[in-house]
Write a protein that binds this ligand. Structure first.
Ligand SMILES: [Zn+2]
Length: 196
């Protein structure tokens, strides 16, 4: 793994400021269990998805609740912008969960190792993914179903618009032919409207 990949993963993908239910946020010798938490006899643990809030003065540990829509759940369909492309995964900033736009743009990561394409997606492409789980504070998604994949992309060479051609895409400006993991819905969304 390249150093840039490593930095990206450690700095941005592991969302240490987000806890999931059951996650340890403090030890009971140091903090009392506060709002949205419980203690298991040793640890104060989060009862919700949210951000931990440790009050050193009052020695209480609580968790600020997230609005339910902000953090997609397993099997939710999300649409977002590709924020980073790494050798075997992409990071996507989530804009829509189950068709509804969300304000807090959390990122999910999607393994692309098993996709046999020259490029699965490019940075700034709009992709449709399905959430498969939460692991170590990161949200994991898949792109490996027919309706999942790129919904909107541009030519890598000239930035021109592209049209699907068999299993590939072709630039309408410079005729460059390229590959993406296209969604079956490719071309069916009006993203000029969505992005305005
Ligand atoms: Zn082009």
């Amino acid at each position: 793994m390249a150093i840039n990949d490593y930095n990206y993963q450690t700095k941005k993908l592991i969302m240490t400021d987000i806890t999931f239910p059951g996650e340890k946020i403090a030890i009971i010798e140091e903090y009392e269990s506060g709002k949205n938490t419980f203690d298991d006899g040793h640890m104060v643990r989060s009862a919700v998805v949210g951000t931990p809030d440790l009050n050193k003065k009052e020695r209480t540990a609580q968790v600020q609740n997230f609005k339910q829509l902000s953090i997609p759940q397993v099997n939710d369909t999300v649409i977002g912008t590709v924020a980073a492309v790494m050798s075997s995964m992409i990071a996507v900033m989530i804009l829509y969960v189950n068709g509804k736009s969300v304000k807090s743009h959390v990122e999910c990561i999607c393994n692309t190792r098993n996709i046999r394409k020259k490029s699965v997606a490019l940075v700034n492409d709009i992709v449709k993914l399905k959430i498969i789980g939460h692991l170590n504070g990161a949200i994991h998604a898949t792109i490996s179903e027919p309706d999942l994949g790129v919904l909107f992309t541009k030519c890598k060479k000239c930035g021109g618009g592209v049209i699907p051609m068999h299993d590939a895409i072709k630039c309408v400006e410079c005729a460059w032919i390229d590959e993406r993991k296209l969604s079956a819905d490719f071309g069916n969304y009006d993203f000029i409207k969505l992005r305005a």
